[in-house]
Design a protein. Structure first.
Length: 285
């Protein structure tokens, strides 16, 4: 199941489309008492397909952390980093949902200096705004350092091109007990692999990494070392008909990471997995 976001969806915001579908019409509307702004990959299981409830006027302020303003005088104006959710409602829904989010920003210590802005935000409520990305690593068996990586090449609707990615899939509350099971099932369905030594690359309590700035989806990266061929792989979804499974040497995989042909969550996962492989002694520093 692929979570690549199509730019065509955002273009439909101006048309004022009403939300469609039983699952989206009730999901993630602050005006209806639910806010999608707090969506997370649940560490204890998929939970509800809707984001957790959140007060619509909850205020947030960026932590100070002892940071200094830029030394250039023209850039020393304090930013409006205190913000609160005013309203949120779905505009359009099909595979993804586009939300209209209104946020009030104020300068810290100066509540009179505020402005209200509207944003287009995209998310996948049927996947609990959560997905898994897995780096399948196959160490060489002949004593050489390094190994190979299994990856996917498939159609990506945003760039409208064939793109490279690691096995990736959305959390399905009806099929997956948690995001780890989601990762294992997607590895079977997309890469026809199973087993191996699994490593979750974030702490169990971590909410997941944001997919992109304007998207509510978060992902959890995994590393699996030395998986086997799955003799009975899971079935693929209809939109995965273009998938091609490849196994490349690590050097060639690294070149693809910076080629512009690999999707960003896969690149992030790859960097984290390579660090973990060095920690495990399976790669040279």
């Amino acid at each position: 199941m692929r979570l690549a976001v199509s730019g065509a969806l955002l273009a439909r915001r101006g048309a004022g489309l009403a939300a469609r579908g039983a699952w989206s019409s009730s999901g993630s509307s602050a005006r209806g008492g639910r806010a999608a702004a707090s969506a997370r990959c649940s560490p204890g299981g998929p939970g509800s397909a809707e984001p957790p409830a959140q007060p619509t006027q909850q205020q947030h302020a960026a932590p100070d952390n002892g940071r200094q303003l830029h030394p250039q005088p023209a850039l020393q104006v304090a930013p409006m980093q205190q913000y609160e959710l005013v309203s949120e409602a779905p505009l359009h829904s099909r595979y993804l949902t586009v939300y209209d989010r209104r946020v009030r920003f104020c300068a810290p210590g100066n509540p009179a200096e505020c402005r209200v802005l509207d944003f287009d935000v995209v998310g996948h409520p049927r996947a609990n705004f959560c997905f898994a990305v897995t780096f399948p690593f196959h160490p060489y068996k002949d004593g050489r350092r390094g190994g190979e990586v299994t990856l996917i090449r498939e159609y990506a609707q945003g760039p409208h091109a064939l793109a490279y990615c690691l096995p990736t899939g959305g959390l399905d509350p009806g099929r997956h007990a948690d995001v780890a099971e989601c990762a294992a099932r997607e590895l079977s369905e997309e890469a026809w692999l199973a087993g191996g030594q699994w490593h979750r690359l974030l702490a169990p309590e971590h909410p997941g990494l944001p997919e992109v700035k304007w998207c509510m989806n978060r992902f959890v990266p995994f590393l699996v070392v030395d998986p086997d061929t799955d003799p009975q792989p899971g079935s693929r979804d209809a939109e995965e008909a273009s998938m091609e499974v490849l196994r490349l040497p690590l050097d060639e995989f690294r070149r693809l990471m910076v080629s512009g042909e690999m999707l960003l969550p896969s690149i992030t996962t790859a960097y984290m997995a390579l660090d973990r492989l060095r920690e495990l002694g399976l790669l040279d520093d």
